[in-house]
Design a protein around this ligand. Structure first.
Ligand SMILES: [Zn+2]
Length: 501
C-alpha cells in the first residue's frame, strides 16, 4: 500500500463502490460506498500483507446468459432494496437496526435463488449501515469535513427516474472460478447458476480471490475480481486461486533516492519537480479537459431534453434518459482511460529518474462553484491518488499526500505572497526577482518546501500530452526517455502546444 497521508480534516480514501456510476455525488463512505471486503484496499489479507488488488474484466455473455444475469442481478437488487427498506423502517421507528433478525429473515427468503451469495449482499448492507452510523457519530461531533454535509442512510439500488433496479451480482469467493484460455481472455464459471461466461481482459495478479462483483455499466457487463496477491487459497477451496502474471506487487526496485513533487490540475494534469535536477515534467491535460467538457455538455443537453419531455407528458423522455445515462458512462470511461494512461507514464519516468518517494499536493479546493462538480472532482482526485499509489507501489516508490493549501499563491523563489503573482498564460512572476516560472511548477516547488525539500528552479521542461493513443512528448527532442517511443509532436494550434519557459 502507498503511504497515503490524508490531509487534516478528512480521509481521501473513498472506498467507492466497485465500478459504480461516476456521477453519483458522493458523500464519501456512505451509501455509494462499497464494502472493504470486495475492494480490499487498506485491509490486511490473512498472511498480514496488504497486497490486494481488483482486476476488472469485461464479460461477453451470449443471449441466454445475458437474460440469466439480468434475472439474478434483479433478485440481488430486490434483496438489497427490501432488506434496506426493512432496516430503514426500524431505524425511523426506534433509531436502531436489528441486523441479526433482518439478516436472517431475508437470507432465508432469498437463499433458494441466490444460494449462499445472498449472505454477501446482506454483509454489504450491514457494512453500509455500520459506516453510516460511524459517519453520523463523526458528524455529530463536528469531525467531518464541511463539504460532506450530513450523512444519509444507505440508499436503494434503483435508478431514481425510471424506478428500475440497478443490476449487480455478488458471488462468494468459493462460488466461482476463472478459467483463463490465454493472456487476454477466458471463462468465468458461476457455480450456483450453471453459468460459464466468456471474459476479455488481462489478469495481472496471481493470488487468492475474494468476493466477485458483476455489474452492468452502460449496458456492458463487468466482473471485478479482488485478489490477495501471492496468497494461497484455503484448502477447502483450491480453485479459489487466480493465476495472473505477477506473484507480487513490487515488480521493480527504486533506482535511486531522489524525491519528486507533484501538483495536480486541469491544465497541467501533473506538474512535477525534483530535488536532484532542474528538469521538470509537465503532463498536459488539454485533451482530458476538452473531452470532459464535451461530455459534460452532452450530459446536460440530454438531461434538459429529457426533463422538458417529461414535464410535458411525452413518454419519449425515457429514450433521452437512456442517452443521458450513456453520456455519463462515456464521460467516465474516457476520463478513466486518460488518467490511467498518464499515471502509468509518469510512474515509469519517475522510476527511470531514480525516484523513491513522491509527494503529491491535495487540492484544497478544486471547485467551489458547484457542489456537484466539487464532489465529482474530489471523487476523481481520490481515484487519481489511489491509482498513482498502486502503480508506484509496483516500482517500490512511496507516495505521500501533502495539503497544498496556499501553494499556488506563494512564490517559490522568494517565499513571498505576491498579490499579482499568478498572471495569465499559466506563468507566475516573482515581483522581487523578476523571475518567471510556470505557475503549476511553482506550486509543485512549494509542495516540496512544505515537506522540507529544496528544488532547483526548473530550466529544462519536458512537456507531454495525454492522447487516446498514449502519452506523447510536446518537446520531441527532450521528451524522449529511454522507453518513450519517438512520435510526432501534437498537432499545432491545439493550444498550450509549447512548453512554458
Ligand atoms: Zn517572489
Amino acid at each position: 500500500m502507498p503511504r497515503v497521508v490524508p490531509p487534516r480534516g478528512g480521509s481521501i480514501s473513498s472506498d467507492e463502490l466497485v465500478g459504480r456510476s461516476p456521477t453519483v455525488s458522493t458523500t464519501l463512505g456512505t451509501q455509494s460506498s462499497f464494502t472493504p471486503k470486495s475492494k480490499g484496499r487498506g485491509r490486511k489479507s490473512r498472511n498480514g500483507n496488504d497486497e490486494m488488488r481488483t482486476v476488472r474484466l469485461r464479460l461477453l455473455p451470449n443471449g441466454s446468459q445475458e437474460r440469466k444475469l439480468r434475472r439474478i442481478a434483479d433478485a440481488v437488487a430486490k434483496l438489497w432494496n427490501e432488506l434496506n427498506y426493512a432496516r430503514l423502517v426500524q431505524y425511523r421507528v426506534s433509531g436502531k437496526v436489528d441486523f441479526k433478525g433482518t439478516g436472517h429473515e431475508f437470507y432465508h427468503r432469498y437463499k433458494d435463488g441466490l444460494g449462499v451469495n445472498a449472505g454477501q449482499v446482506i454483509n454489504l448492507n450491514n457494512w453500509a449501515w455500520k459506516s453510516y452510523f460511524e459517519l453520523l457519530r463523526l458528524y455529530r461531533q463536528g469531525r467531518l469535513p464541511k463539504f460532506m454535509g450530513k450523512p444519509s442512510p444507505p440508499g436503494f439500488w434503483k435508478d431514481r427516474l425510471l424506478g428500475r433496479r440497478e443490476l449487480r451480482i455478488l458471488v462468494r469467493n468459493d462460488r466461482y472460478y476463472l478459467e483463463p484460455t490465454n493472456g487476454g481472455e477466458g471463462y468465468i464459471v458461476l457455480k450456483d447458476w450453471g453459468l460459464k461466461i466468456k471474459y476479455a481482459g488481462r489478469v495481472k495478479w496471481s493470488g487468492k480471490q475474494g468476493v466477485l462483483v458483476i455489474k452492468l455499466e452502460g449496458n456492458r457487463w463487468f466482473a471485478y475480481v479482488p485478489i490477495s496477491i501471492g496468497e494461497k487459497p484455503a484448502r477447502s477451496n483450491p480453485r479459489g486461486y487466480v493465476k495472473g502474471i505477477y506473484e507480487k506487487i513490487r515488480i521493480e526496485e527504486p533506482r535511486g533516492g531522489n524525491k519528486a513533487f507533484i501538483d495536480v490540475g486541469l491544465n497541467n494534469l501533473f506538474a512535477v519537480v525534483f530535488n536532484h535536477t532542474d528538469t521538470a515534467i509537465l503532463i498536459k491535460g488539454s485533451s482530458i479537459k476538452a473531452e470532459y467538457y464535451w461530455w459534460k455538455r452532452e450530459v446536460k443537453t440530454y438531461q434538459a431534453i429529457r426533463d422538458w419531455l417529461r414535464n410535458h407528458g411525452f413518454e419519449s423522455w425515457r429514450r433521452y434518459h437512456a442517452f443521458h445515462l450513456h453520456a455519463v458512462y462515456k464521460q467516465h470511461e474516457r476520463l478513466r482511460h486518460y488518467y490511467r494512461t498518464a499515471i502509468r507514464f509518469l510512474a515509469r519516468i519517475m522510476h527511470e529518474m531514480g525516484v523513491d518517494e513522491v509527494f503529491i499536493g491535495y487540492p484544497y479546493m478544486l471547485s467551489q462553484n458547484n457542489g456537484n462538480e466539487y464532489n465529482t472532482n474530489v471523487w476523481w482526485f481520490s481515484k487519481i491518488i489511489n491509482w498513482l499509489g498502486d502503480v508506484l507501489e509496483e516500482y517500490g516508490i512511496k507516495l505521500h499526500v501533502v495539503n497544498e493549501y496556499g501553494t499556488s499563491k506563494q512564490c517559490s523563489i522568494c517565499n513571498a505572497n505576491h498579490e499579482n503573482g499568478r498572471i495569465k498564460r499559466g506563468l507566475y512572476v516573482c515581483e522581487l526577482t523578476g523571475i518567471k516560472i510556470n505557475a503549476d511548477l511553482n506550486a509543485a516547488r512549494n509542495i516540496a518546501k512544505r515537506v522540507g525539500y529544496e528544488t532547483p528552479i526548473p530550466t529544462k521542461i519536458l512537456s507531454h500530452i495525454v492522447t487516446t493513443n498514449g502519452v506523447k512528448p510536446l518537446t520531441p527532442m527532450e521528451g524522449v526517455t529511454v522507453e518513450t517511443p519517438t512520435v510526432n509532436p501534437a498537432p499545432k494550434g491545439r493550444g498550450g502546444g509549447h512548453p512554458m519557459p
